[in-house]
Design a protein around this ligand. Structure first.
Ligand SMILES: [Mg+2]
Length: 344
């Protein structure tokens, strides 16, 4: 869907406490923050001059957001953590007019028969995942079943690490502009970033390697991790399965040791307890369900940022009510970089 919100009246700009040049932001970057006053619906459309201006950000309750920013800022970087979804939050929704692939969707295991079998599972279970008629307990079992069958097919179909590398190289996937700078800024301040994903940690790591060409010691991936034999063939999975309904801070304890290949020489499991003491949270997601990523953390203050990529017309109201800040139009990450600079 290519619906775009246009010409939202600018009410008040976000304060800037760290100038763009300090963050190595591109010279052309100007934060574009738009705060709807009153009914935002009246503000969608062409402006009085008939000039369309694509808007990127909505804040439902500016006063509440200001309070949260002040609370996190006063707690300091040592009390803060960032929890982030991967697909279509860190990555772009659309790339050169084509839909961006997800970390799961990009995988071609080099065995068309098994790729087709996984697709069949997707077609059966995906509608169940979003069915409002299935109770959560039953749905959780269905998700465990789906993930279990998919993982078994990956093993049975002989997935290799080389196939993952090749799949990522061939994939239509890219990070939003500013993601590397966001990670770097947080790394410099020792603020952990937990990437929660119901996909596959090994694929996400390969995407980070191939697309960002570097690692970050503060970035940890909480997801399903594979075990390969000496020939690079998948033989098993570590830890409990992380699926779409248990992708939250409880998963920190269920997941395999985090981030074995991308740094963190201290051993990530040692850090789980420390992470849970960081009770001020910046949460980034592209689905309302992503708000559940902070479940399991007894947080004091949470600022939630939602990236609304699809079905904008129908979802705008619920996103505005659910997230403190909503980004539209597949926007880059610069606004979040700016926000983080205020929080620190
Ligand atoms: Mg997502």
């Amino acid at each position: 869907m290519s619906y775009r919100v246009q010409s939202i009246i600018i009410c008040k700009p976000l304060r800037t406490t760290v100038r763009s040049r300090c963050l190595s932001l591109p010279p052309r970057f100007t934060p574009r923050v738009f705060f709807p006053c009153g009914s935002y619906r009246n503000r969608i459309g062409m402006d009085g001059n008939g000039i369309s201006v694509a808007s990127e950000v909505l804040v439902g309750d500016r006063e509440l957001l200001d309070k949260k920013i002040a609370a996190i800022r006063s707690g300091g970087p040592q009390k803060m953590q960032v929890i982030v979804d991967f697909d279509r939050t860190l990555t772009r929704y659309s790339i050169n007019g084509q839909p961006g692939q997800s970390s799961h969707g990009l995988l071609q295991q080099g065995n068309p028969e098994y790729d087709a079998k996984r697709q069949q599972l997707y077609e059966y279970y995906h509608p169940l995942e979003f069915s409002p008629k299935i109770p959560i307990e039953e749905k959780t079992k269905l998700m465990e079943e789906w993930w279990g069958k998919t993982h078994a097919l990956l093993i049975e179909g002989g997935l290799t690490y080389d196939a993952i590398k090749q799949s990522v190289a061939n994939a239509t996937i890219a990070f939003r502009e500013g993601v590397a700078e966001l990670f770097e800024y947080l790394e410099e301040r020792d603020i952990p970033v937990l990437i929660f994903s119901a996909g596959l940690a090994d694929i996400i790591e390969e995407v980070l390697r191939q697309k960002l060409h570097r690692s970050f010691k503060n970035v940890k991936i909480v997801s399903n991790r594979m075990v390969f034999d000496s020939d690079g063939c998948l033989v098993s999975f570590k830890g409990k399965t992380i699926h779409s309904l248990n992708k939250n801070e409880h998963a920190l304890d269920m997941a395999a040791p985090l981030h074995e290949q991308l740094g963190d020489a201290d051993g990530p499991n040692n850090n789980n307890a420390l992470v849970k003491k960081r009770t001020n949270v910046l949460l980034l997601g592209d689905h309302i369900g992503d708000l559940g990523m902070s479940d399991g953390l007894n947080y004091e203050t949470r600022i939630s940022v939602g990236f609304l990529n699809d079905n904008v017309e129908n979802s705008l109201d619920s996103y505005r009510k659910s997230f403190d800040i909503v980004y539209l139009n597949d926007t880059p990450m610069w606004g979040v970089v700016e926000l983080v600079s205020q929080l620190c």
